[in-house]
Design a protein around this ligand. Structure first.
Ligand code: ATP
Ligand code: MG
Ligand code: MG
Ligand code: MG
Length: 464
């Protein structure tokens, strides 16, 4: 069987052994001395392995000298210590099979050495072949596994919450409707009463915007739970931090308040950043050199748990006092905009900030009312370069207050089951949502969230 290039470069096979690699040509260079060098990558590692190909091979003239970047190959040869600097090992090729050719190399869409991220989005099916997207994919994989490991090690249960739901948890009206109704033949007049409640599920149904309400029900029996899956929001603006389809991690803990929630968020982020620092060294070195020179420094800040906590009220007074002018004016009661969030963590503090206790009127119905009756026990974690990466809260566990909040926001009986959770053995509990792609942007320094998910979905754009 073939060995992964990562294993070979790590020295897990002794020199002198015959090895086989299979992958794609990153580059080929022909020397005058009668051999060629091919750099081969297979996705397992940032670095390619070099194969030295002697001109004596049967297919040297006809095939090797025609095989360029993007061709797929299988190579058998002896693993030897490399003479050149850079890598410790290379392969002295004994046979090279070209498995797949690149049709018309001149028009290969990613033939050039460098491409803009914007261009690469138009060839999202080919961009995984670039160094950058290989690195992002490996970081994404390490983070996803670290998320599950963190919770597994701490006795959290993983709850798979439904993707199709009847409730708009966030109340932000960003729902994608799920329907089997064929609307194409209907005359479109204002009088068309289309009754989605008569459709498949017998009530109006949508793609989930958050698994929180469902996860709370499991929390009220299993104490420590989380969901990690895709989430859908019909975000009608084009920003570098919003996708219409993104992944979210949502832990929920029982017998916990907002401070416990903030402790969990900080500990969780620190664990993830430590893991990525340990397991993605080469990929991070690449991001630090080519994408964001402060990448490693920033990762270390979070790994070392350097967070600053402050109340919303304090955050607003900081924003009011600064000489900096904002597009969106600041006063107590506003929802912080990304320019405010970024000022707080980038310019004022220089580290991630946890803002706590937001005005109740800008927050969802399920957040716990504070004694001042003006604020709720909500928190956002703000990250330099991005703004909000986590939104969380202590949940309202008192039925009478929850009822009043729901009435205020026009939420009716559809959430009867959610109220039941407060009727039978209610306890204080708290949780948060971490946007997985915002986390990856934060870790890698990639500026646009469209470039940290394999196939981004944004308004007017879902071609792949
Ligand atoms: P924002 O203010 O940026 O729109 P939000 O307050 O609407 O975010 P929450 O409902 O608090 O978001 O969701 C929890 C987390 O999910 C956010 O902190 C963020 O990391 C992530 N998130 C929310 N919306 C999106 C989106 N459209 N694309 C990617 N991630 C998102
Ligand atoms: Mg939003
Ligand atoms: Mg927000
Ligand atoms: Mg939020």
């Amino acid at each position: 069987a073939a060995t992964s290039i990562k294993q070979l470069l790590a020295g897990s096979i002794a020199t002198g052994n015959t090895v086989r690699v299979q992958g794609w040509v990153r580059s080929r260079r022909d020397s005058k001395g009668g051999f060629s060098f091919m750099a081969i990558h297979d996705g397992s590692s940032f670095d390619a392995i070099q194969a030295v190909i002697p001109a004596e091979l049967d297919n040297y003239q006809d095939e090797i000298l025609q095989a360029g970047a993007g061709c797929s190959v299988k190579i058998t040869g002896e693993l030897v210590a490399s003479q050149g600097k850079g890598q410790a090992f290379e392969i002295q090729a004994q046979s090279v099979d070209v498995v797949g050719w690149v049709d018309d190399p001149e028009s290969y869409p990613i033939a050039k050495k460098r491409h803009s991220f914007e261009y690469l989005r138009t060839v999202a099916h080919l961009r995984p072949r670039t160094n950058t997207f290989g690195a992002i994919t490996r970081v994404r994989t390490v983070l996803a596994n670290a998320i599950h490991n963190y919770f597994f090690e701490r006795e959290f249960q993983w709850i798979n919450t439904p993707l199709i739901t009847a409730s708009d948890c966030e109340g932000a009206g960003e729902l994608f409707r799920v329907s089997t109704l064929d609307l194409t033949h209907l005359p479109r007049t204002e009088n068309d009463a289309i009754d989605f409640a008569q459709d498949f599920f017998g009530e109006e149904s949508f793609l989930t915007v958050s698994g929180q309400l469902n996860v709370e029900s499991y929390c009220m029996a299993l104490s420590k739970v989380y969901t990690f899956g895709p989430t859908f929001r019909a975000e009608n603006s084009n920003t570098s931090r919003h996708l219409a389809e993104f992944w979210m991690v949502e832990p929920e803990i029982a017998f916990a308040d907002l401070n416990d929630d903030a402790d969990l968020a900080e500990d969780f982020l620190s664990y993830l950043f430590n893991t990525v620092l340990e397991k993605c060294e080469d990929d991070l070195a690449f991001f630090n050199q080519f994408v964001d020179k402060t990448c490693l420094e920033r990762l270390q800040t979070v790994a070392d748990k350097n967070f600053v906590r402050m109340d919303y009220t304090e955050a607003v007074s900081i924003l009011e006092k600064t000489k900096k002018t904002f597009e969106y004016p600041v006063k107590w009661g506003i929802d912080l905009q990304s320019e405010h969030e970024r000022f707080l963590c980038e310019e004022h503090v220089g580290a991630p900030v946890v803002v706590m206790n937001y005005p109740k009127d800008i927050k969802a119905f399920y957040m716990r009312m504070n004694d001042d009756e003006k604020t709720v026990a909500a928190m956002d974690v703000l990250a330099p370069g991005i703004g909000e990466i986590i939104g969380g809260s202590q949940r309202e566990e008192r039925l009478d207050i929850l009822n009043a909040r729901m009435a205020e926001q026009g939420i009716g009986d559809e959430l009867w089951w959610y109220k039941d959770l407060r009727r039978y053995g209610t306890v204080p509990h708290a949780g948060f949502g971490l946007g997985f792609e915002r986390l990856i942007s934060y870790v890698t320094g990639m500026e646009n969230i469209r470039d940290v998910i394999p196939f981004p979905r944004t308004p007017g754009n879902a071609p792949f």
